[in-house]
Design a protein around this ligand. Structure first.
Ligand SMILES: Nc1ncnc2c1ncn2[C@@H]1O[C@H](COP(=O)(O)OP(=O)(O)OP(=O)(O)O)[C@@H](O)[C@H]1O
Ligand SMILES: [Mg+2]
Length: 326
């Protein structure tokens, strides 16, 4: 028998999430995430940005990866095992290895509980450490985010600013030395002045080979600044994927082009400084058989309205668009 050795940490394969909305019997279906695949390796740490306008399915994808939402179809494997079929020990390892960071740090902490108590209990439940080494372990993760643990002791969440508490939340996530952070809009509620310092922590984490990061954002400029790869989503589907610089400097998909152009700025260096906001968004699911973007696409041909575009691989890039199908 051949031993199977895999260095894939997380293998998300053809994952789809369909929500039933508006009543059990006569409700409609909404495909929030449509056939998405991605991988995170154990030995290659990367920052992957997931971008797309509001409602494109970014958070739903994150929730499935964290095991909070169950996919309607497709699989999510953690070290080769389905995350929804893990035994107790495997689930604990999974929770330790894959840590979330949410948008609102105040929601990550119980307002009635002192922050340090929360940190101690995280460390105690995931790490095999005795009380005497606890302080050291927590101090280590605080030093990575540039905070002094002593200053945090005895305080409640509301005693911190949003930016400070988000750093504490990142430090808490780092206590377990995770291999992957799933960060859903982690800096959108943080003061602009602190935003970059938090994002720099992410870059450092990856550089020191501690952790990969899935960075969900509306903000193309920060995606450009910190990520290695980028996935552009439109109504649940991946429309373009590739090296961040290549995708944002030379977008292939008409939707990616629109995202970049929707932020006109006289100075091209400032082009992506604002959030993605497109007008004329239809909230209702577009049930076309063809490309979901066809009704908004200037390049659409008859085929685009009739047939779903395949995933076209061009070197290391992927684009789902008939324009590139020759
Ligand atoms: N529990 C749910 N039940 C029904 N519909 C849902 C549920 N969660 C999300 N949706 C719908 O799924 C779609 C994708 O939502 P999601 O929150 O994943 O988007 P998003 O890209 O994270 O958006 P935003 O940028 O606003 O955070 C939306 O149309 C949303 O209304
Ligand atoms: Mg979201």
């Amino acid at each position: 028998m051949r031993a199977v050795s895999s260095n894939i940490l997380l293998d998300v394969s053809n994952v789809t999430k369909i929500f039933k909305i508006g009543g059990i019997y006569f409700g409609e279906k909404l495909t929030a995430v449509d056939n998405i695949s991605l991988k995170f390796m154990d030995d290659k740490k990367i920052i992957l940005s997931i971008v797309g306008e509001s409602g494109s399915g970014k958070s739903t994808l994150a929730k499935m990866i964290l095991g909070i939402e169950k996919p309607t179809s497709g699989s999510i494997l953690y070290r080769g095992k389905d995350i929804f079929k893990l035994n107790k020990k495997e689930r604990k390892d999974f929770r330790k290895d894959v840590q979330p960071i949410f948008q609102n740090p105040y929601e990550s902490f119980n307002p009635l509980r002192k922050v340090d108590e929360y940190l101690y209990s995280t460390a105690l439940s995931y790490l095999e450490v005795d009380r005497s080494s606890l302080e050291k372990v927590i101090e280590e993760s605080f030093s990575i985010v540039g905070l002094d643990f002593e200053r945090v002791k005895g305080k409640y969440p509301h005693e911190f600013s949003g930016g400070e508490l988000q750093r504490v939340a990142i430090a808490r996530a780092l206590i377990t030395k995770p291999h992957l952070l799933i960060a859903d809009e982690p800096v959108s509620m943080v003061d602009a002045t602190l935003r970059m310092s938090i994002l720099n922590i992410f870059s450092e984490l990856k550089e020191k080979l501690y952790s990969s990061i899935m960075y969900i954002t509306h903000d193309l400029s920060t995606a450009y600044y910190i990520s290695d790869y980028i996935m552009v989503m439109y109504r649940g589907s991946m429309v373009e994927y590739g090296n961040t610089r290549e995708v944002l400097e030379e977008p292939l998909h008409p939707y990616t082009k629109i995202l970049l152009e929707s932020i006109p700025k006289p100075n091209p260096k400032l082009r992506w400084r604002e959030e993605i906001k497109l007008s004329g968004l239809e909230v209702k699911e577009f049930e076309a058989l063809g490309c979901k973007f066809s009704n908004r696409c200037a390049n659409a041909t008859e085929k685009c309205f009739k047939e779903r575009p395949p995933e076209i691989v061009l070197n290391e890039r992927k684009v789902c668009c008939w324009l590139y199908s020759h």
